[in-house]
Design a protein around this ligand. Structure first.
Ligand code: RB5
Length: 149
């Protein structure tokens, strides 16, 4: 996913983490579109996930969503058709979810990861290409999956 823009959002629990990630992405030359918490005042992760996912769908740029665990953000993001959000806690998951799942949103838990590990996960996520081939068939199946099929 060779991207030049990243769509970044967090709730209050991920606010400090988001600032650190924003800083390192900009240092690395990325343009960052930021959404969500502007302070540690409580806010609601589903609304932030919605803002970020709409931008990911509109621009094709990858998204990064941060909350306390990453769980709520991943649940919210995966409600959007076309979004494939993956909660990653190590670099292997980040590599595989790009290569096999063509994930377009990375979810991180600020209360789970240290910043150095998070930055390493982000780097792998942004620099790993989708493998395509048989995996594309499965991605297509994801988009047609519903309770009646
Ligand atoms: C906020 O306390 C916390 O619930 C939220 O950041 C997230 O971890 C939810 O999944």
């Amino acid at each position: 996913m060779p991207a030049s823009t990243v769509i970044l959002g967090s709730d209050h629990a991920g606010f400090a983490f988001k600032n650190a990630v924003n800083h390192s992405l900009r240092e690395a030359g990325f343009t960052v579109m930021e959404f969500g918490a502007r302070s540690q005042e409580s806010c609601d992760y589903p609304l932030v996930a919605g803002d970020v996912c709409r931008q990911v769908l509109a621009t094709g740029a990858p998204g990064i969503l941060i909350c306390g665990t990453g769980l709520g953000m991943s649940m919210a993001a995966n409600r959007f058709p076309g979004i494939r959000a993956a909660l990653c806690t190590n670099e292997y998951l980040a590599r595989m979810t790009r290569a096999h799942n063509d994930a377009n949103v990375l979810c991180l838990g600020s209360r789970v990861l240290g910043e150095a590990l998070a930055e390493s996960i982000i780097s792998v996520f942004l620099n790993t290409a989708f493998d395509g081939e048989r995996h594309q068939r499965r991605i297509d199946q994801l988009e047609t999956l519903n309770a009646n099929s």
